[in-house]
Design a protein around this ligand. Structure first.
Ligand SMILES: Nc1ncnc2c1ncn2[C@@H]1O[C@H](COP(=O)(O)OP(=O)(O)O)[C@@H](O)[C@H]1O
Ligand SMILES: [Mg+2]
Length: 402
């Protein structure tokens, strides 16, 4: 019998995140390589779980990244390539294609990163989406504006966190904005602004099957929160609501339409005020940001980062992935920018407070309880206190900082 070589995982991180993935991969016996940016060298990476760390000025520059990783591969057998941040999803796919490493390739990665690609594919597969147009041909844009009543949103095809999104009310607004954008305009998508509540479904996919999904609702749409300045709030929905079943079915349909094979996904839908129907907003092939993973863990006991590592390891070993037992509790999260450097959260001392954010100029906490009503009650009480005691406002960035 030949001795088993440990699996080698190359993890890409353009931002500081995914430490739980690194830890679990190590715990599963992998040789863990972290490739991150020079400016993140000082972050508290869990170095006990990282066998080798390499730094580059940036990870998304081609062909530099292809050359750097191919060089590493001269003396290492890289089994899996994992993007820890959304911006690394395309880079990981390009590297897999170049090295012929299994996993999501360029075409599929595009569906999970490019808002124009995901919209087009979802619509073509019969999923309801807001009316939209690529920003390319001016006759097409004129036809769109004649057909679809404003307001519209013009948004970058590959950003996150509501960055760079502009709400537009007239034809003139669009032409002026396109003038400003110049050659950047084709990297945007124009769509109908659909007023309504925003939901998110966070799921695990194993061999094309959604094996775990939790349905949540933001208290206010993320665009309103970031553009007007408010407390970001989300929570688990009561699991017996009809919309929960509907959103889970939609999520399954969408993952199939976008050809997701295995991994984790954070997917958003808008329930239109006008007709009550769910419109696909966006998806991503990664763990949701803004500490949503901690909220889901508080409700279910399951950590999406750790499960992602476990399922990648299972696949690489040709083994089956088995979802652990989960709890059916409820959780809610509140986060906002704070005026204080270290806001005092001592008022929020109910026993249901299970997690506090430790980040300068931020206030954040997670509550969890066996019943959804108790979570709702705490959020109702805490949200105005957060707004009054801590909330600071900074206008949204145009794009992710480099
Ligand atoms: N077509 C739309 N109609 C209404 N609101 C939208 C639309 N597109 C985006 N938004 C708002 O902007 C927010 C961010 O847009 P989204 O497409 O999710 O990009 P991001 O990657 O920045 O989260 C959404 O949560 C929602 O509040
Ligand atoms: Mg979003």
């Amino acid at each position: 019998m030949t001795e088993m070589r440990p699996l080698t995982f190359l993890c890409l991180a353009s931002y500081f995140k995914g430490t739980t993935f690194l830890e679990e991969a190590k715990r599963q016996g992998c040789h863990v390589i972290l490739l991150t940016r020079e400016k993140l060298a000082g972050e508290p990476w869990p170095m006990d779980s990282v066998d080798e760390r390499f730094l580059m000025p940036e990870l998304n520059k081609r062909p530099d990244i292809l050359h750097a990783v191919s060089y590493l591969a001269r003396t290492r057998v890289i089994d899996r390539i994992v993007p820890l941040d959304d911006f690394d999803v395309e880079t990981a796919a390009a590297l897999r294609e170049h090295l012929r490493v299994p996993g999501m390739g360029d075409t599929t990665a595009r569906f999970f990163r490019d808002k124009l690609a995901m919209r087009t594919q979802a619509r073509d597969e019969g999923i309801l989406v807001p009316e939209f147009s690529r920003v390319l041909n001016y006759d097409e844009l004129r036809a769109f504006m004649a057909r679809v009543p404003p307001p519209w949103v013009l948004k970058p095809r590959s950003q996150a966190g509501a960055m760079g999104i502009k709400k537009l009310y007239t034809d003139e607004d669009l032409w002026r904005r396109l003038d400003e954008l110049g050659d950047q305009q084709s990297y945007f998508v124009l769509e109908q602004f659909v007023p309504g509540d925003v939901y998110h479904v966070d799921s695990i996919i194993w061999e094309r099957e959604v094996v775990f999904a939790e349905v949540h609702k933001y208290r206010r749409p993320p665009l309103a929160v970031s553009h007007e300045g408010d407390v970001f709030v989300s929570r688990t929905l009561p699991r017996d609501l009809p919309e929960v079943a509907e959103l889970k079915a939609l999520n399954r349909q969408l993952m199939a339409a976008l050809r997701m094979v295995r991994g984790v996904s954070h997917t958003e839908f808008i329930q239109a005020e006008a007709d009550g129907r769910f419109y696909f907003l966006e998806t991503a092939a990664r763990v949701g940001g803004a500490n949503l993973a901690e909220m889901i863990e508080a409700a279910t006991g399951l950590n999406l980062w750790a499960e992602w590592a476990r399922l990648e390891v299972a696949n690489a070993r040709g083994a089956a992935y088995r979802l652990p037992e989960t709890r059916q509790d409820y959780a809610g999260i509140l986060v906002c920018l704070a005026r204080q450097e270290w806001p005092d959260l001592s008022y929020f001392n109910d026993p249901e407070v299970v997690w506090r954010l430790e980040k300068k100029h931020h206030a954040g906490l997670i509550v969890a309880a066996a019943g959804q009503a108790r979570v709702e009650e705490l959020l109702d009480r805490y949200t105005p206190r957060f707004a009054a005691d801590f909330l600071a406002y900074a206008p949204p960035l145009e794009k992710a900082p480099v």
